[in-house]
Ligand binder design. Structure first.
Ligand SMILES: NCc1[nH]cc(CCC(=O)O)c1CC(=O)O
Length: 325
């Protein structure tokens, strides 16, 4: 139980990006509610293993350790990168707040200030994301895509050391670790659709506490972000795809209050793709906004499945299974 005097305990992974984003959320909560918060660093299996992400079954590994501490009551709430959260809800836990998202786009960090179009044929591009490889290979099949692991600093080091010509990372993550100056190009969603929920954070706590002593977490929820990421993640869920699947999705609240959702499923070799877009009248401030966003995501996913998207997802998952020891 958190007393009025004792600071609330916020569970966070130890990486620079995780602690920075947790501190961002903690400061926002304190600014809006006056509640003092202290960060409790937690080590996840994903942080200590050298295995490739696809061999670990996706980014769920980063999440499990934080959720164990929430269930045990050793921390009061946790901050995750939303895109790392499995779409299936966790028993006894709830996303009490989804703060306003940062820039969701993917970014290129290349040597010599090079833009994507200027990379020479055969240039090496490092990424651990099948979603990025699939979409980049469709744009530039003449480049060599190299699987990489590690935090943002480790990945950027492969470019400065000359091991790779470029790496691709999320713009939001680069901002949070103070490395936005390494960005040499940014991919618009029309070129490379981000991961569902990319750039957004999620504040998670035990369900019964969200409506009780942790009710103040709702103070940092951002309705337009919640509607957008709900639509994006519903596409992923409906496709029965994991966080490591070659699925991109991005939703935007339109000026007229509608919600425009775009999604793509692209074969990891860039040869086959299903891309669709659909809009719906979703007012983020309306009580039914989340349900309407789910309906939009479900409808778009079913349209994509009818065009063969599930077969591309299944092939990619089989390929990833084949890569796991
Ligand atoms: N698992 C890696 C991860 N999880 C969230 C982000 C980016 C930050 C965000 O999406 O909030 C990253 C790094 C990356 O994709 O470059």
């Amino acid at each position: 139980m958190t007393t009025a005097a004792a600071p609330a305990r916020l569970g966070t992974r130890r990486s620079t990006m995780a602690t920075t984003q947790s501190r961002m959320v903690a400061d926002l909560i304190t600014a809006r509610t006056g509640v003092p918060i202290e960060l409790e660093p937690i080590t996840s299996f994903g942080d200590v293993t050298k295995a490739h992400l696809t061999q670990l079954g996706g980014t769920g590994v980063f999440v499990t350790a934080l959720r164990d501490e929430l269930a045990a009551g050793t921390v009061d709430f946790a901050v995750h990168s939303l895109k790392d959260l499995p779409t299936a809800p966790a028993d006894g836990l709830v996303l009490a707040a989804i703060p306003e998202r940062d820039d969701p786009r993917d970014a290129l960090c290349a040597r010599d200030g090079l833009k994507f179009a200027d990379l020479p044929a055969g240039a090496t591009v490092g990424t651990g994301s099948p979603r990025r490889v699939a979409q980049l290979a469709a744009l530039r099949p003449d480049l060599a895509y190299v699987p990489i692991r590690g935090n943002a600093e480790t990945r950027l080091g492969k470019v400065t050391s000359g091991e790779l010509d470029a790496v691709v990372l999320a713009y939001a993550g680069l901002v949070r670790v103070g490395r936005v100056d390494d960005v040499t190009d940014v991919f618009e969603p029309e070129q490379v659709l981000p991961a569902p929920g990319q750039g957004a954070l999620a504040v998670e706590c035990r369900t019964e506490r969200a409506a009780a002593d942790l009710g103040y977490l709702a103070s940092v929820d951002h309705a337009a972000t919640r509607a957008a990421v709900t639509a994006e993640r519903t596409v992923l869920a409906e496709l029965e795809a994991g966080c490591a699947a070659p699925v991109g999705a991005h939703a935007q609240v339109l000026a007229d209050g509608g919600l425009m959702l775009r999604a793509a499923v692209v074969a990891t070799d860039g040869t086959a793709a299903v891309r669709r877009a659909r809009a719906a009248a979703v007012d983020p401030d309306d009580a039914g906004a989340v349900a309407a966003a789910e309906g939009l995501g479900r409808a778009l996913a079913r349209e994509m499945i009818a065009a063969g998207a599930d077969r591309i997802v299944a092939a990619a998952e089989a390929e990833a299974q084949g890569a796991r020891p």
